[in-house]
Design a protein around this ligand. Structure first.
Ligand code: SF4
Length: 254
């Protein structure tokens, strides 16, 4: 996923509190998995991470002829020691290995540095005292241009959280709730889908809360009609500089 936000951040408004994020080990692996799957396969990154995740004995070689790679399988005979693998398969192999046998926190921090292209270090959690990874979001200099791209292009239809839904229930925001479809298992809600046409399960073509900032003057800027209570996934976008760059956000002006 990766969503959305004509917000009211203007000019150089600092993003207080967003400079660092602390992740437990499980959350860090989760974030790495999300990064791997939310963008097209990151061939160079995956190759770079191979020794860290699969071990120093692994060798991997690019094969431009077939848009794939060859990876060594230690312990095999010379004849069938190399396996052909696509970038997508390699990403999957790396995540599976990370989940099945998580490396040390130091190695996870190094993987985070390479994956999120930012500083990351081992740190203790102030609250629980548990060790995790402190990751710099690298968001200095970000300023939303209110271009509306994230709201119109990115797919966040299945990213609504139960907390968002409960929040709107508590506020009595039926105007928002009627645009949310619930997916149930028996009587239990298991996930949500946004935004649907009221009274149907048909997705709206565009976000219904997005409005031109100056309808008659063609400013090219957009506003969110539910900015104060918009979904967490929209509030948190973009999570990092890399996230912004990989999803075409203009907020860094580069
Ligand atoms: S500048 Fe980025 S965050 Fe702001 S509206 Fe455009 S794409 Fe969304």
């Amino acid at each position: 996923m990766q969503p959305a936000c004509p917000c009211d951040l203007k000019g150089d408004t600092p993003l207080d509190g967003k400079e660092h994020v602390f992740l437990s080990m499980a959350e860090a692996i989760d974030a790495i998995r999300t990064d791997f799957y939310q963008y097209p396969p990151q061939r160079r990154l995956f190759m770079d991470l191979c020794p860290l995740i699969l071990g120093p004995d692994i060798t991997i070689a690019d094969d431009p002829r077939c848009q794939c790679m060859w990876i060594s399988r230690p312990g095999r005979t010379r004849k069938n020691r190399m396996l052909r693998i696509t970038a997508r398969e390699l990403g999957h192999t790396l995540i599976t290995a990370l989940e099945n046998a998580p490396p040390s926190t130091e190695v996870i921090a190094e993987i985070c540095r390479k994956t999120f292209q930012t500083r990351a270090e081992v740190a203790g959690n102030d609250k629980g005292g548990k060790t995790g990874i402190l990751i710099e979001t690298d968001m200095q200099g970000f300023a939303c241009r209110q271009c509306g791209r994230c709201c119109q292009v990115l797919d966040y239809r299945h990213e609504l959280s139960a907390a968002d839904y409960r929040h709107w229930q508590l506020l009595g925001r039926n105007d928002i709730l009627e645009r949310v479809a619930t997916i149930r298992h028996g009587s239990r809600i298991v996930s949500y889908a946004v935004w649907v046409e009221p009274g149907t399960r048909r997705f709206s073509e565009t976000c219904p809360w997005l409005l031109p900032a100056a309808p008659n003057h063609g400013s090219g800027r957009w506003l969110c009609r539910i900015h104060e209570v918009k979904p967490g996934i929209c509030r948190q976008y973009p999570g990092t500089r890399k996230h912004a760059q990989m999803t075409g956000c203009a907020g860094f002006g580069d």
